[in-house]
Design a protein around this ligand. Structure first.
Ligand code: WT7
Length: 603
């Protein structure tokens, strides 16, 4: 589509309101963390709010600017992202569970000129002081010589202060005595005050087909997150088409994807794909277990959800509580169930299929990546015969292959590296600011192919089965984490000389983090030190990366050339005594010692 111009916001909103006459159709049923806290937004209202905020953004910046968005799951998050798109700015959304340090790193890497955040939010009964974290990130940026000029803050929980009080400022609905909202008048701007008087007419900025749409960071195996860059028309076409076909979208559907918009699943399948199709979605701020473990099914009945999309980790979590909390609700509106994020184990698949879907609803197990923009391997509901645990076959236009170590394509039943042979519209276009990293990460190992870094098996019927990552990445609750990034966070602590992190299977999270640390002379791994190390990782990366196990390792198993043998550490973490070939191990007494001191308790 090179040479053509468009605007995604126009396609998602104006076209649906004006050409398709969907103005009164609900775009989002927003369901807050607390049951009863809810809002309904139609396509017309969404368009109007986006236009108003676009005018606000125009007064703060221009086309091509990068805007960092650090917000909870509220309608204004969608408004902020689409307003960026409308004026041709590039959004970089940072999941609100990331630490200040991670936010700072992302702001600096993409050189954002503006940050949009909120005062705070509740996750279950836990209050997150988001503005405090955003301020800390901005302070770190300043110290590193990258001052961000402006920060727009939405009041989600707090009442407006006297000075920026406006009639448009919603009264605080939720009680939050512990909320802290520091205010820096040189930098901070009030979302509501800026909107006062902003016009709700805003002509979209027509952009080139290949212009950047957004940046979204994903963990990299070297430890430094990669700014995955997607461009406008390819991504628009791909998310719209996969959404329509993979969920068999129908005009009267109510669709619910439980992901956070801070991840690619939320970008593609809460905002872009559904809105491009004029769909009605549920936008949920809360947790599957709050106030109780029936919450998901209560919401399904409340809005009569027909298409439901979640992660295996959520299914495994709810499975622990049995079928009764599910059966308390009818769920008779459900038609298609989806999963994403990691391989789904057959037990969880069966539970999802029989208990949640009562064997009526096909399951679409969708394999894809931040980098692919949309679904790559997936069944089409009720058309593809399912096999529990298999993402089945490629989507239209996707050409997978399985390669062996020497890069030869394997035919028929086989196992090896999953690659794609042909480009597809939604493929990422670059790593922001580092095109050579894009080339070397995805196209160097096997020239001529896109490398997923996943292992894969193809069975005799041609079904694809993802076997997991083959680089040094871990998948914890559907989130990819880089072992190198966690290791460097641990090593930054004064008491740690060296660290090695491996995955250990976990019944709910998929994988848990097992960390080996070599301490400085004289230090011992006491309870308080363990707590400090956990805190260190949380502050560097975020709560999702909190170590589960920490083991003192006076020595780490290394090859004679000094390379840590992770394969051996993985065996130790899982208590598997059969170590395979360890002829390259420099000192085998190290391994004996590590087996003796294994962490036995489940955290
Ligand atoms: C990695 C990508 C794509 C949105 C969420 C994750 C794993 C993802 C599946 C699936 C088996 C899966 C892969 C992939 N993965 N979906 N259906 N079956 N594995 O996005 O953070 O970019 O992670 O998640 O290992 O490479 P991401």
């Amino acid at each position: 589509m090179e040479g053509a111009t468009t605007n995604i916001c126009y396609n998602l909103l104006d076209r649906n309101v004006h050409d398709r006459k969907l103005g009164d159709k609900v775009a989002f049923f927003w369901e807050g963390n607390d049951p009863g806290d809810e809002l309904t937004v139609t396509y017309r209202e969404l368009l109007q709010r986006v236009c108003q905020f676009s005018n606000v953004l125009k007064s703060q910046g221009q086309k091509g600017d990068r805007v960092s968005i650090y917000m909870p799951m509220v309608v204004e998050l969608v408004v902020a992202m689409l307003a960026c798109v409308r004026i041709g700015a590039v959004h970089s959304i940072v999941f609100a569970g990331f630490s200040a340090e991670s936010l700072c790193e992302r702001i600096m890497d993409s050189q954002c000129s503006l940050v949009i955040t909120a005062d705070g939010f509740y996750r279950g009964d836990k209050l997150i002081n988001l503005k405090l974290l955003a301020d800390e990130a901005l302070q770190k940026c300043r110290e590193k010589g990258f001052p961000v000029e402006k920060c727009i803050m939405l009041r989600h929980l707090s009442k407006a202060a006297e000075d920026d009080l406006s009639s448009q400022c919603p009264p605080a609905k939720r009680s939050c005595p512990d909320l802290q909202v520091p205010w820096n008048p040189d930098v901070d701007l009030c979302w509501h005050a800026l909107l006062r008087g902003a016009s709700d007419v805003c002509e979209p900025e027509w952009v080139e087909s290949e212009d950047p749409l957004f940046i979204l960071y994903t963990s990299g195996s070297t430890g430094k997150p990669k700014g995955v860059l997607h461009s406008v028309s390819g991504y628009m076409l791909y998310t719209a088409t996969t959404f329509k076909l993979v969920f068999d979208h129908q005009p009267d559907d109510v669709y619910w994807c439980t992901a956070d918009i801070g991840w690619i699943t939320g970008h593609s399948y809460i905002t872009y794909g559904p809105l491009a199709n004029g769909a009605t979605s549920v936008l949920f701020e809360g947790l599957p277990t709050f106030p109780d473990v029936s919450r998901m099914w209560q919401i399904v009945d409340k809005y009569r959800v027909s298409k439901f999309y979640t992660a295996p980790t959520a299914i495994r979590l709810l499975m622990k509580y049995g079928s009764e909390p599910v059966q308390r609700y009818k769920r008779n509106s459900l038609k298609v169930l989806g999963t994403v994020g990691e391989p789904i184990n057959p037990e969880a698949w069966q539970w999802y299929y029989t208990v949640v879907g009562e064997k009526r609803c096909p399951i679409v197990d969708t394999f894809w990546q931040t980098e692919t923009g949309g679904h790559m391997l997936t069944p089409l509901p009720a058309a593809t015969p399912m096999k529990p645990g298999s993402a089945t076959f490629p989507f239209f236009g996707v050409v997978p292959a399985i390669l062996n170590e020497s890069g030869e394509e394997l035919e028929g039943p086989s196992e090896g590296y999953l690659v794609f042979k042909q480009p597809w519209p939604g493929v990422m276009r670059s790593v922001y600011g580092n095109h050579s990293r894009f080339e070397s990460t995805y196209f160097k190992k096997f020239p001529g192919y896109y490398v997923t870094a996943d292992g894969c098996r193809r069975d005799k019927d041609g079904y694809y089965w993802i076997t997991g990552r083959i680089d040094d990445m871990l998948n914890v609750s559907g989130h990819l984490l880089s072992t190198a990034e966690i290791e460097s966070a641990l090593v930054e602590h004064a008491a740690v000389v060296e660290a090695a992190v491996v995955g250990r299977p976990h019944p709910v999270k998929g994988e848990s983090l097992y960390c080996f640390v070599t301490l400085t002379e004289g230090a011992t791994l006491s309870g308080p030190l363990e707590a400090e190390l956990r805190k260190q990782v949380r502050e560097k990366i975020g709560a999702i990366a909190t170590p589960d196990y920490i083991q003192n390792a006076p020595g780490l198993p290394k090859t004679r050339s000094g390379k840590i043998m992770r394969r051996v550490l993985r065996k130790i973490a899982c208590d598997e005594r059969d170590l395979g070939d360890i002829s390259t191990l420099a000192d085998s007494s190290v391994v004996e010692q590590l087996f003796r001191d294994r962490c036995l308790t489940t955290p």
